[in-house]
Design a protein around this ligand. Structure first.
Ligand SMILES: C[S@@+](CC[C@H](N)C(=O)[O-])C[C@H]1O[C@@H](n2cnc3c(N)ncnc32)[C@H](O)[C@@H]1O
Length: 324
């Protein structure tokens, strides 16, 4: 119970450690409180409180007057995208600072501005905004791709189209695992060109086709026998999701498959984190695997499979088929 009461302080300790770049500084060398305080421009006695908090949370260790990373702290430093997510959580915490107003829906949340593309293609025309959110997404895509590809078998696929594929990090992982699949990326015009950039130096570059467009306004290109939606549905309201699933259904051939991969509710991370995050974004919502399965079924899909997710806080999968 005490962990729940103190949870906010724990998050702030974590964020301060990340914002002062302490995990990166301690990756190869331990350091004294004085050194870390000096670099962060924080009074020594206050830095000691932060570092001891980090020790208490199991992120740091203290030995012979030096602080170093614990195994957990090393994981924090080593997991791609994790520190980037933590850094931008100050926006989420501000949105949640009055939880009563937040749950009543009375807060004009900042997160809604942080992810502006959710409000439509026109909102994502600014390349700098597009770059910030695309970087955050692609940094964390490594884990999502690894878990997704561990839950589905893509052998025999000719062409896979990743809708809302961002800068192509998922397709790059598919390309490495399946050397014969043709890759197709569909995303907003402000985002899609970065995928070409990612593939430029790669030998798989010739396998990639990019179609810029909005799934709200444009038909999806035909030709893929698998379409993936990775961390796309939770950004959108049910009517947009329904329209997108129907559009995916139309663009697939008979026997084609849809794979949805994103964090889902029905577990601790989904219910006590992603659901609130999506609520703060205001346009979408986190859904359970069975809700996504029902929406897919209403769009015409069947033979729906929900594989066991190895790390539901990273992602879960719903896979289904267009049988006729
Ligand atoms: C949360 S990001 C996920 C990106 C990538 N799939 C991943 O997991 O890293 C959602 C993606 O959907 C794209 N997106 C949002 N609205 C879209 C629309 N109307 N048409 C096409 N793509 C859209 C965004 O540009 C963004 O790349």
């Amino acid at each position: 119970m005490f962990d729940l009461v103190a949870g906010f302080c724990h998050s702030q300790i974590l964020m301060a450690l990340v914002k002062f770049d302490i995990p990166a500084q301690l990756l190869n060398h331990d350091a004294s409180v004085t050194q870390l305080a000096h670099r962060a421009k924080v009074p020594v006695e206050r830095m000691k409180v932060l570092l001891d908090g980090g020790v208490a949370l199991g992120l740091l260790r203290y030995r012979r007057e030096q602080y170093g990373l614990s195994r957990r702290g090393a994981a924090l430093a080593g997991v791609p995208g994790l520190q980037g997510m933590i850094r931008h959580h100050d926006v989420l915490y501000r949105d949640l600072s009055d939880p009563v107003a937040f749950f009543r829906g009375e807060v004009e949340t900042e997160l809604a501005d942080f992810w502006p593309y959710v409000f439509g293609a026109g909102a994502a025309r600014d390349p700098e905004t597009a770059r910030v959110y695309s970087d955050l997404m692609s940094d964390s895509q490594g884990l999502v791709a690894a878990d997704t590809l561990s839950m589905v078998d893509l052998s025999g696929t000719r062409r896979l189209m990743d809708v809302g594929g961002g800068t192509g990090a998922f397709l790059a992982a598919v390309a490495r695992t399946y050397p014969k699949i043709d890759l197709h990326l569909f995303d907003l015009p402000a985002v899609a060109p970065a995928a070409r950039h990612r593939f430029d130096g790669m030998q798989e570059s010739h396998r990639l086709t990019i179609t810029p467009g909005s799934f709200r306004d444009d038909a999806l290109p035909a030709g893929a026998d698998i379409i993936t939606l990775v961390r796309v549905l939770y950004d959108h309201a049910d009517d947009t999701v329904m329209a997108l699933l129907k559009s995916v259904f139309r663009s697939l051939p008979t026997g084609g498959r849809l794979i949805v991969s994103e964090p889902m509710t029905g577990n601790r991370a989904g219910d006590a984190y992603f659901a609130l995050y999506c609520m703060a974004m205001r346009t979408g919502r986190a859904r359970s695997a069975s809700e996504i399965a029902s929406l897919a079924s209403a769009a015409g899909f069947d033979r729906i499979v929900i594989p066991r997710a190895p790390r539901p806080f990273v992602t879960s999968v719903v896979e289904c088929v267009k049988s006729s």
